[in-house]
Write a protein that binds this ligand. Structure first.
Ligand SMILES: *Cc1c(COP(=O)(O)O)cnc(C)c1O
Length: 419
C-alpha cells in the first residue's frame, strides 16, 4: 500500500513515521466494525494537518483575544454556516474539542451541582458523560437513569414520563452510544415541557443519519443538540453544539471561557471540509448505504443463529447477544478472537446483562467505516460469515489465522481513501 506520510516526517523522525505506517497498514487490512469509528477523506485529513494548528484564536469570530485571526474568523464562520445549513439550526458552536466537551458545556450552562438529570442507563446504551459515577457527570449531578423494556429492549416513553414526573429533573438527556433503534425526540420534548426540564439530545452516533433525513432530527425539538463530528458524520475528531438563538450566548460562554481555552483551529478547518462533504448529495447515498449495510449484516447474523438486541436495527449499529450461539463466550473473549482474525469491534453490555461490564455477553457492531470503503450488502454478508467462522474457530488459533488471511485479501479489494 502507498503510505500517506510526507517525506519530511519520514526523514526527520523515522521512529514516529514507522509507527504511523504500521497504523495505516492496520487500518487498511482489517475490517473496522467499531460503530463510532470511520475513515475520513483525504481532504478532511489534509485540512486537519494544516497550518491552522499554529494559531491561537481564543474567543469567537470578530471577538478574538489575539491578533492575526482574519483567516481563523473566515474558517470558523464557514464551518458554522455550513453546520447551520446541514441541520437547519438557529445557532451552532463548532469549538467543542470533543463530544464530552460539548456535553460538559451544556451541563454547566443549565445545571448546578446536585441537580437532577434523567438519562439513559449506561448499561442500556447510554454514554459515560450521561452519568457514569466515575465521570464528572455522575460525580456532580444526581443521575436518575431510564432503561429499555425487558420485553422489547426499546425505550418505553411511558416509563420515561413516569420517572420525569416523579423526579422532576432539571435536564433530560436522550441519545446513546449503543442503541439500535430510533429516538422519539418529539415525545422527549413533550415530557421535558410537562415537567419544566430542559432537553439535550446527544446525537454523537446518528448525526450523519439525521443530516441525510434517515433519522428524525432532534434540532426542532431539543433545547440543545450535541454531537461528535467523527462518527457517522465522518469528520475530524471533535464536537459541536446546536441550540436556539435564545440560548446562543449561554452555550458560547460555557465553551469559552467556561470550559475550554483556545479552539483547535485545524480541527475546525477540517470540520468545515467535512460539513461541506455532508452537504453534497453523495453524502445522503452514503448514509442510506450505511443503513442498508447494517440491515444486511443483521440479517446475515440472525440467519447464523445470533440474537440481536431488540431484534434488529433501525440505524448504523447493532448489539449482538452472543449467548444464543456461544453460551460460554464473553464479549471480551470474542473481541480478542475477532481481532486476531483482523475483525475489529468492541465488547458491549446487552440490556440486563448478567456479566460484568469488563466481560459482557455482547458485541457492538457498526457499518459506517466499512461502508466508507465501499462495502455493499453482499460484502456485509461475507463479513457475517467471516465473523461467525472466527468465533466458531475459538481456541483453534490456526482456524482463526485462516480467517485472518481471508480478511486481509478481502480488504485489499476495497482500499481506503488515499491521496
Ligand atoms: C462518542 C460519544 C460521545 C463522546 O465523544 P468524545 O468525542 O469521545 O468525547 C458523547 N456522547 C455519545 C452518545 C457518544 O456516543
Amino acid at each position: 500500500m502507498v503510505s500517506h506520510l510526507s517525506l519530511p516526517l519520514v526523514e526527520s523522525d523515522p521512529e514516529v513515521a514507522d509507527i504511523i505506517r504500521r497504523e495505516e497498514e492496520r487500518q487498511e487490512y482489517t475490517l473496522e466494525l467499531i460503530a463510532s469509528e470511520n475513515h475520513v477523506s483525504v481532504a478532511v485529513r489534509t485540512a486537519n494537518s494544516s497550518v491552522f494548528t499554529n494559531k491561537y484564536a481564543e474567543g469567537y469570530p470578530g471577538k478574538r483575544y489575539y491578533g492575526g485571526c482574519v483567516h481563523m474568523d473566515a474558517i470558523e464562520d464557514l464551518a458554522r454556516n455550513r453546520l447551520k445549513k446541514l441541520f437547519a439550526a438557529e445557532h451552532v458552536n463548532v469549538q467543542a474539542h470533543s463530544g464530552a466537551q460539548a456535553n460538559t458545556a451544556v451541563y454547566m450552562a443549565v445545571l448546578k451541582p446536585g441537580d437532577t438529570v434523567l438519562s439513559l442507563d449506561l448499561a442500556h446504551g447510554g454514554h459515560l458523560t450521561h452519568g457514569l459515577k466515575v465521570n464528572f457527570s455522575g460525580a456532580m449531578y444526581n443521575i436518575v437513569p431510564y432503561g429499555v423494556d425487558r420485553e422489547t429492549e426499546r425505550i418505553n416513553m411511558l416509563a420515561v414520563r413516569q420517572l420525569a414526573q416523579e423526579h422532576k429533573p432539571k435536564l433530560i438527556i436522550c441519545g446513546a452510544s449503543a442503541y439500535p433503534r430510533t429516538f422519539d425526540f418529539a415525545a422527549f420534548a413533550e415530557i421535558a415541557k410537562e415537567v419544566g426540564a430542559r432537553l439535550m439530545a446527544d446525537v454523537a452516533h446518528i448525526a450523519g443519519l439525521i443530516v441525510a433525513g434517515l433519522h428524525p432530527s432532534s434540532v426542532p425539538h431539543a433545547d440543545f443538540t450535541t454531537s461528535t463530528t467523527h462518527k457517522t458524520l465522518r469528520g475530524p475528531r471533535g464536537g459541536l453544539i446546536m441550540c436556539r438563538t435564545a440560548d446562543a450566548a449561554l452555550v458560547d460562554k460555557w465553551i469559552f471561557p467556561g470550559t475550554q481555552g483556545g479552539p483547535l483551529m485545524h480541527t475546525i478547518c477540517a470540520k468545515a471540509v467535512a460539513f461541506g462533504e455532508a452537504l453534497r448529495p453523495e453524502f445522503k447515498h452514503y448514509q442510506q448505504q450505511i443503513i442498508n449495510n447494517a440491515q444486511a449484516l443483521a440479517e446475515a447474523l440472525r440467519s447464523r443463529g445470533y440474537r440481536l438486541v431488540s431484534g434488529g436495527t433501525d440505524n448504523h449499529l447493532m448489539l449482538v447477544d452472543l449467548r444464543a450461539v456461544h453460551p460460554d463466550l464473553t464479549g471480551k473473549q470474542a473481541e480478542a478472537w475477532l481481532e486476531s482474525a483482523g475483525i475489529i469491534c468492541n465488547k458491549n453490555m446487552i440490556p440486563f446483562d448478567e456479566r460484568k461490564p469488563t466481560l459482557t455477553s455482547g458485541l457492538r457492531l457498526g457499518s459506517p467505516a466499512l461502508t466508507t470503503r465501499g462495502f455493499k450488502e453482499p460484502e456485509m454478508t461475507k463479513v457475517a460469515d467471516l465473523l461467525h467462522r472466527a468465533l466458531s474457530a475459538g481456541e483453534d488459533e490456526a482456524g482463526r489465522a485462516k480467517v485472518g488471511a481471508e480478511v486481509r485479501e478481502f480488504c485489499r479489494h476495497f482500499p481506503l481513501p488515499h491521496a
